[in-house]
Unconditional design. Structure first.
Length: 262
């Protein structure tokens, strides 16, 4: 039986992104280096046709506007119709009322397979008050666990909370992932790139909880490997992309740090 890394290389899942223009190139390359095929099509006139070709759909609201929102809703409904997993990155939710309203609208209108955000974003989507500075956030760990489980149960989604230690929950089972590097927080867009990674892994799996855990762990391990040979954030970013491209199941098995908190 193929492991998920070989399956990605063989199947080459097409990941349709409707994403923000700050990190679009990094997300495309991240998708490619894992072994997927990136498509960054955002026009509502073509999203139905593009979704039909896709293995997963990634929605990222980092540079949200009305036209993009319309395209996201249309693409998401088509993906739901075709049973294609939808992954949402609610970038900056809580910073403005418009952004929060649009993210909640996506959750209400679409079946979202995975929500991936930082502590503040997930806290706000759980209906609590989060502390947000731009797209960065702070929050108490126990409260984050409680809020992520509540959001997962209420939305019937898998929830990922990225941070020093990542959390992945389906609302009942919860895992803490201790892989990663502080340099991931020194490069703009690493949260967006994580969401693209989740999209790649979901594109070859029927078990989105398992694929999401593997995606988050693998992403963190790639960060650790890259940090060892980097002198700062610029060299880290290049090494990180190389580490993703060279990643395999042996590295996953050797370096994963996963705690079951269920």
């Amino acid at each position: 039986m193929k492991n998920i890394f070989n399956k990605i290389k063989t199947d080459k899942p097409l990941v349709h992104h409707i994403t923000n223009y700050v990190t679009v190139n990094d997300c495309a390359n991240t998708t490619l280096y894992w072994g997927g095929l990136p498509v960054m099509a955002h026009s509502k006139e073509e999203v139905d046709d593009m979704v039909e070709l896709a293995s997963s759909l990634v929605l990222n609201i980092g540079t949200l506007d009305k036209k993009q929102m319309e395209a996201m809703l249309k693409a998401g409904k088509k993906a739901n119709e075709l049973d294609i997993p939808v992954i949402l990155d609610p970038v900056g939710v809580g910073a403005t009322s418009y952004r929060t309203e649009m993210a909640v609208n996506l959750l209400n209108e679409l079946d979202i397979a995975v929500i991936s955000g930082n502590k503040g974003e997930i806290t706000v989507l759980a209906g609590k008050k989060g502390q947000v500075k731009g797209v960065e956030s702070v929050g108490k760990y126990n409260e984050i666990i409680k809020n992520s489980k509540a959001l997962a149960q209420n939305s019937s989604s898998i929830v990922v909370v990225s941070g020093k230690e990542d959390i992945v929950t389906n609302g009942f089972q919860i895992y803490k992932i201790k892989n990663g590097s502080k340099l991931l927080g020194k490069v703009v867009g690493t949260g967006c790139m994580l969401t693209s990674t989740i999209g790649v892994f979901a594109g070859v799996s029927d078990d989105y909880f398992d694929s999401t855990i593997k995606a988050v762990v693998s992403y963190g391990i790639a960060g650790e490997i890259s940090a060892e040979k980097s002198i700062g954030p610029a060299s880290f970013k290049i090494n990180f992309m190389d580490s993703i491209a060279a990643f395999n199941n042996e590295k996953y098995e050797k370096y994963n740090k996963i705690d079951n908190l269920s």
